[in-house]
Write a protein of this length. Sequence first.
Length: 192
Amino acid sequence: MKLLVFAGSTRLKSFNRQLARATAAMASASGPEVTHLELGDFDIPMYNADLEARGTPADVLRLKEIMHAHPAWIICTPEYNASYPALVKNTLDWVSSPVQGHATWNDGFRSTRGKVVGMLSASPGALGGLRSQSHLAPLLLNLQCWLAPLNFALAHAADAFDADGALVNEPARRHVQAVIDQVVWAAGRLQT
Ligand code: FNR
């Protein structure tokens, strides 16, 4: 099973990037073939249909292909103003938009449809970014993803990682592992 893990933050010391890194490491140790993707490695402008009409950016095409190749995803989203950040929305808007004049990738939802997605979030606050997940869920359903019933919100994230960025909160690790296991299991069931 190919599992894609990414965070909705590019901040250097981002808790969600640390959580994504920990998730990818835990998943790699438990079976699936894991791709840990950093959105900061992709040059994706703010969505503008005029820009898109001149040609879908190369990094959007690259991201669409990576997403298409992974039946299982885990997204670690920050919470901004009780919702998910613009980075997450902008990324998902671009990858769900039909590629202009491109025969193979003409179907916008091709890279998102049927993915089994697990949602994680991390926040220094007491709710762990859970409200961002409640907004992200309908967006993912619109992209024709299947949502894993299990999710996890890492509260007080500043205390959950050591100086090297490792997730040292044991209950959190158990919750993350449960989400990994469910996403991988469900994606495997959907593929058969
Ligand atoms: C936040 N933050 C925040 N946290 C939270 O738990 N609930 C919220 O509604 C918000 N709102 C919010 C709005 C804006 C504009 C910013 C910049 C920040 C704090 C946020 O959780 C914190 O900055 C995290 O560290 C962001 O995630 P990363 O970058 O650490 O992954």
